[in-house]
Design a protein around this ligand. Structure first.
Ligand code: PMP
Length: 345
């Protein structure tokens, strides 16, 4: 791996971050706070939140078995995706490599930050080859993006290929595990210590059932977390979100229960889909959604909208011609979908 300094944009490496009032004083013993130009009325919403989200990171560290110094929290994982471009890629000069198809925000953030985005097509079974990715990387490639289970294909990427990319690439590997809770493959989180160039993304939006509160997690070396923390907005995770996330972590058993139900429902939906005349192929999934090739994705998508059911039309995405992406819902929702598709002709 190149050094973190070599991988970081020079202006970011040199940056002296903004120091907020709550950065300078964070002890609990004071009772009079006249330092942050807040309004003394309207407790508790009048106070700025903890910029480093210490209580939340502590709770999270117990569940994730990672110390707080290895955790970055952002306004969704989308914030972390944008920040890695801003931290590590020189606009107009550096590039990144990613599998294709995959989650669309990697390319959007690359485009926003004027960073070349090099795509490598997945194979027909939606797997990738580490060598093919590494072959398109050059000395200006700062990051490689992998998403496992991948969106929109739903499959886990081969662990051996992921490891090969991490081991053989000189830059940073961003491994997006947004859907890992639904997979039987273990997360790479327990191996973070082995890989100084690895950034793992996870989110409260999927298995944790908290998409509304906008909370994403990045796990990486202390050095990388330090760079991301330096350039984030001072109060990027609001107080309501921090509180709600802690409450959710105290009910972690609920998350485990939801995951178990959703995996069962995925099986139910997949089995029912295979029997439908309008379905040509159901792709195996390790996520809380699956991809299905149908006879006519546009027509079926519009038909379902007419029935009040919204799925995602992925027809125009690489390798996904005539494919719909279906999120696993409750049994009632899933049964409505199957019922509607049975009536379709
Ligand atoms: N990564 C992947 C693979 C996703 O599919 C999504 C959302 N659809 C995200 C990240 C973004 O998650 P968040 O809500 O945490 O921004």
């Amino acid at each position: 791996m190149k050094t973190l300094q070599e991988l970081t944009r020079p202006n970011i490496w040199r940056l002296k971050p903004y120091s907020s009032a709550r950065d300078e004083y964070s002890g609990a013993s004071a009772s009079v706070f006249l330092d942050a130009n807040e309004n003394p009325y309207n407790l508790p919403h009048n106070r700025y939140p903890d910029p480093m989200q210490r209580d939340l990171k502590l709770e999270l560290s117990k569940i994730k078995k990672v110390t707080p110094a290895h955790i970055f929290l952002g306004n969704g994982s989308d914030e972390a995706i944008d920040l890695v471009f801003r931290a590590f890629c020189e606009p107009g000069r550096d590039n990144v490599v990613a599998i294709d198809p995959t989650y669309g925000m990697y390319q959007v953030c690359a485009d926003v930050n004027d960073v070349e985005y090099r795509k490598v097509l997945l194979h027909d079974d939606f797997q990738f080859s580490a060598d093919e990715l590494l072959a398109v990387a050059d000395e200006r490639t700062k990051m490689i993006f992998l998403c496992s289970p991948n969106n929109p294909t739903g499959n886990d990427l081969l662990r051996s290929e992921i490891i090969k990319v991490i081991n053989d690439f000189e830059g940073l590997v961003i491994l997006d595990e947004a859907y890992n809770d639904f997979s039987d493959e273990p997360s790479f989180l327990s191996e973070l210590g082995k890989y100084p160039n690895l950034i793992i993304l996870q989110t409260f939006s999927k298995a944790f059932g908290c998409a509304a509160i906008r909370l994403g997690m990045a796990f990486a070396s202390e050095g990388i977390i330090g760079v991301l923390s330096k350039i984030k907005y001072p109060y990027n995770v609001n107080q309501l979100t921090q509180q709600q996330a802690i409450e959710m972590l105290h009910k972690y058993y609920e998350i485990e229960r939801w995951v178990k139900i959703l995996k069962e429902e995925r099986g139910y939906l997949e089995e029912a889909f295979v029997e439908l005349p309008c379905v040509l192929q159901v792709f195996p999934s390790n996520a809380n959604f699956f991809l299905a090739r149908v006879t006519d994705a546009v027509k079926i998508y519009n038909y379902l909208v007419g029935e009040g059911i919204i799925v995602r039309n992925r027809n125009s995405i690489s390798l996904c011609g005539n494919c719909l992406r279906v999120t696993v819902g409750t049994r009632t929702e899933n049964a409505k979908l199957i019922g509607a598709l049975k009536k379709y002709q």
